[in-house]
Design a protein around this ligand. Structure first.
Ligand code: DEZ
Ligand code: MG
Length: 337
């Protein structure tokens, strides 16, 4: 697949002040009261769909619930994305799923028949590793305690940052370990980073709690994202935000930064790096408070698909926090008929 993107020197967030990293997402103007946002427009006719596709140069795709559910591809999605490539459109992927690194994701994209290369994939694990390296200048003699999976460990390693925890702490905690210091403070821990963890357990929560509370706030508290739920293989399960809520409640402290959508860290880099015109760029997502909010904050067009977590009631809610500009049943429905 010839590249449709000219790789540029990569900066996720600038070290300068022009794109200060956002630890919290600014409120979306004109949507909190619900009423002032027009309802999402349904792209329903071939003419509307063709005109919509033609007015965009770039499509930024969310992944879970848009392109696939687990390892099940959404019908027609690969074909549509190859149609876009054939038309010379730019494709960028932005996922809050921190379980895989960009390099590992390339393998999944190709296995499921999508065009992909590391430079057009932005994952929340990468965003978090980049933030630690370039915004926090994380010290080389410190380690990051990871409540999460291999994707975070791999992206931290790419940045030369040591990680502990993750899969090494998947074993259930033994009663005796409460006394033997396994869960005690560790001066070498400089940050706790939580991401999606299908092997979450008490050991990880107890260690993260100890590191965040023992060092009197000297340990950074970071999270990849706050998605409440996780759509996979036709079902919906607790998401990273639900795992994070337990840690927030126990330490009585919010993360210093949440690096995935809707925060604009990745948006600023993407717009700058690919010299995108927001007026000719569309964010395609399945979740209103991450994907659509991410697109709206970046002043992009937004298209909601109904193959992920958003219900019809949420889509059409008059007082909803975020409303997509357009909606369609699935990415596959965008194929030119
Ligand atoms: O729980 C989670 O982390 C999310 O459900 C998952 O990461 C969503 O990934 P995305 O839809 O942004 O590809
Ligand atoms: Mg999604």
């Amino acid at each position: 697949m010839e590249s449709i993107i000219t790789p540029q020197p990569h900066r996720l967030v600038s070290s300068g002040s022009e794109h200060p990293v956002q630890s919290s997402t600014p409120a979306l103007a004109g949507t909190s009261d619900g009423g002032s946002s027009p309802p999402s427009h349904h792209l329903s006719t071939p003419e509307e769909i063709s005109s919509f596709v033609d007015q965009m140069d770039t499509f930024i795709f969310d992944c879970d619930g848009v392109l696939w559910l687990g390892n099940d591809t959404i019908k027609g999605a690969p074909e549509f994305l190859h149609e876009l490539v054939a038309k010379g459109k730019r494709i960028i992927y932005v996922t809050n799923n921190s379980s895989k690194s960009r390099k590992t994701y390339v393998g999944k994209f190709k296995k499921l028949g999508f065009p992909a290369e590391p430079d057009n994939i932005f994952g929340s694990a990468y965003a978090a590793a980049y933030y630690l390296k370039n915004m926090l200048n994380f010290p080389a003699d410190k380690k990051v305690y990871v409540v999460g999976m291999q994707g975070i460990v791999d992206e931290l390693a790419e940045m030369g940052i040591q990680a502990v925890g993750a899969g090494d702490d998947n074993a259930p905690l033994q009663e005796t370990e409460f006394e033997n210091g396994t869960l005690g403070p560790d001066e070498s821990i400089g940050a706790v980073l939580l991401g999606f963890d299908s092997q979450i357990n008490y050991r990880k929560y107890a260690k993260a709690f100890t590191y965040l509370t023992a060092n009197k706030g000297k340990v950074h508290f970071l999270a990849t994202n706050e998605d409440r739920t996780y759509p996979i293989s036709g079902s919906i399960y607790p998401g990273t935000g639900s795992l994070l809520a337990a840690l927030i409640h126990s330490v009585n402290r919010r993360p210093d930064a949440v690096l995935g959508k809707p925060s604009q860290n990745m948006m600023n880099t993407i717009l700058e790096r690919f010299h995108l015109d927001p007026a000719r760029t569309c964010m395609v997502g399945d979740r209103l408070d991450t994907d659509i909010a991410f697109g709206k904050l970046g002043k992009l067009h937004t298209l909601l698909v109904m193959t992920g977590v958003t219900s019809v009631e949420e889509r059409d809610a008059k007082k909803g926090p975020v409303t997509a500009e357009y909606w369609i049943e699935s990415v596959g429905h965008l194929r030119q008929r």
